[in-house]
Design a protein around this ligand. Sequence first.
Ligand code: IVH
Length: 668
Amino acid sequence: MNTHYIDLIAKITQWDHEYYVLDDPTVSDTEYDQAFQELLAIESTRPGLVTPDSPSQRVGATPIQDYLKIEHSVRMLSLANAFSLEETYAFFEKALKELADNTDSFTIYSEPKLDGLAVSIYYEDGQLVYAATRGDGQIGEDVTHTIKTIKSIPLKLTDASPPKRIDIRGEVFMPKKAFEKLNRLALENNTKLFVNPRNAAAGSIRQMNPKIAAERDLQFIPYGIGAYEGDRDFKQHSDIMRYLHGLGFRQNPHCFNFESSFENFTKNYEFMAEHRSELPMEIDGIVYKVDDISLQNKLGFIARSPKWAVARKFPAQNQTTQLLAVDFQVGRTGVLTPVARLAPVFVGGVTVSNATLHNMDEIDRLGLYIGDEVEIQRAGDVIPKVIKVTATGETRSPIIMPDQCPICNASVERTEGQASFRCTGGLTCGAQSAERIKHYASRKFMNINNLGTKLIEVLYDTGKLKSIADIYQLKSEDIANLEGQGIKSAQNVLDSIESSKSTKLGAFIGALGIHEVGEESAKTLAKHFCSLETITKATLEDLQAVPDIGPVMAKNIEQFFKDETNQTIIADIIAAGVTWPDEIPPSPTEQPLLGQTWVLTGTLENLTRSEAKEILEKLGAKVAGSVSKKTDCVVVGKEAGSKLKNAEALGIKTLDEAAFLAAFKPIG
Ligand code: IVH
C-alpha cells in the first residue's frame, strides 16, 4: 500500500472531522485544497488504489436511476407527541406506574427535536455500507449516494476496534444559514423557493444526483442506534450518545440529564424555548427519553412509538392576521423589497408585525391585496413570511410598486429578466449609501479594519460620511468627538484608512458594489481587463465576452460606469490616493485555449463541472452550454447524451475525462 496516499486520506479525514463535527478547523483552506488536489492527482493516475473511505468518494460518479428499497433490521420507530407540560409529565407518570415493581423514579435525557429527515446509516467493520430513509419504519429507501456527501458523517468510524455491525440513527437537516443561502440563490435565479429547512433537507437527500446534495450544506446528528453487534454493553442512552460522538459524529446541542419531575420539565422547556432561536438549526420540540436502557426495554413500545420517549412539540408557528399595508425597503444594491405590515400577532414566542414578501412575483403568486387576512409562518429566527391568503379583505387595495424610490425619489425600474425592481439613484440614494459604505470598507474589499459597521452608521447619521469618497475626507475630530471614541481610536481609524489605500484592482471593483458584481466576478473583471480604464470603457459585447459575466451583469457594469455621479466619486477616491497595480495580462503560453469554445457533457468522475469549467477558463477557453459549429472541443463524461451525438455529427473533437485531466489538470 502506498503510505503517502493512506496518510493523505487520514489527514484530510481528520481535517473534515475538525471542521464539520467539532467546528474547530486547524488548517487553512489553501492547505486543505492543496492536500485534496494531491489526493485527486494520485487517484487519477492510480485508479486501482482508490479506497471507499477516501474523501474523494463522497460524491459518487453518476446519478442513481431509481431508489432501491432497504429493509431495516430493527424497526425505525416514531414518537408520541405531547403539546403541554401536563401531557409530558403525565406520559412519564404513566411509565413510572408500569415500572412500579422496578423503580420509583428515573432519569430523563432531553435532546432537541431536530426538524429534518430520519435516516439510518449502516456500518460494517467500521465502514459505511449504506444509508436508508425511515420509510414506513420497516422499509426505507436507499439514499447512500446523497448521505455520503454529508461531511459530518464519517465514511469510516473513528474507532480502533469498531463494532461488527451498527445502524446509526439520526436526523439529516439543513442549518438555518444554509437554508437562507439556498433560498437567496433561488430568488436570484428565479427558481422555486423551499418552504422550510425540513423540506429542503428532504428534497436534497432524495436527489437522484449526489452532486446536487453535495452543494447543499447538510448536516447529520445521531439520536440513537438500531441493530448493534459489538462488545459494548450500553447501560444508558447518554452512554450511547457519548459513544457515537467518539465514533466521529456531531453532538446534539443542549442535551441534559435530570430527574423526572414537573419542576424539571418546566425548567427544561423554558430553557429550550429561550435558546431555540440561537441554535444554528431548526428544532420543532424537545425529545424526552428514559435514560436507563434496561427500563426502556421493560417499557417497550406501543403501535409505532416507544413508551419510554415522547416529543414535546413547540406550539404552532403559523398564525393568521391582517395585512395592513406594504412598504418598500431599499437595500444596498437598490433593490426594492416589499415588506408586509401586519396587525401584530403572537407566533412561536414572539410578536410579529412585519413579514417579508420577497418580490412582486411572489405577491402575484399569493394573490395578495392590502386588507386581506393572511397566514404567516415563523421558522425559528428566519424572517417571518406570508404563506397564503386565508380570506379576502372586505375592502382590498392592490399592492403597487412605486415608480419613484421612497428614499431618494430617483426612478424605479424593473431589472430585465428578473423579478426585482431597483432604484436608479445609485450612490446618491441615501438608503444605498450607508450599506454601500459598509460594503466598501468590509474585509473582503477595501479591508478598512477599524472602520466598522457601527461607526459607519454613526458617521452616516451625523452627516460626516455620505458617500464612499467621504471616507478619505474624515478628520480626527469627526471621530474623536463621538460617544465611546477618543483621539487614539480616531487615529486608529485614520491609520487603517491610510494603509487600505494600496489595494488590488479586483478588490476595488468589488468594493464599488455594482449590482450583482461580487468578489469573484470583480476579480474576473480585473484579470480580464487588467486596468480600471479598460473596464470603464468596455462595451456591452466586451463585457459579455468575459467568462461568467452574463448579459444582466454586463448591463449593470456598463450603466454603473456611465453614471456621472459614480464617475466623480471614483475620481475623488483616486485623487485621495487609492492605488492598485494594473494586472498583468496572461502570456499566450499560459492561455493555450484562448479564443476557443469548449463544451462539457456527461458526468465527470474526478471533477465537478465547475472545477472543469474553471480549469478551461484559466486556460483561456470559453465554456458554452451547447454544441455548435463554433465548438472547438467537447469533454465527454459518463452517460453523455445529445451533446456528444451533436459533436459526432458535426465532426468536433472530443476528449474523455482521463485525457482531459492528463492534458490540462494542474498538479499540486
Ligand atoms: S428519537 C425510538 N430523538 O422525530 C425513538 N427522534 O417524531 C426514535 N427526531 O422519526 C426517535 N430529533 O426523525 C429522536 N433527538 C431526537 C430527534 C428525533 C428529531 C425525529 C425523528 C423521528 C421523529 C419522530
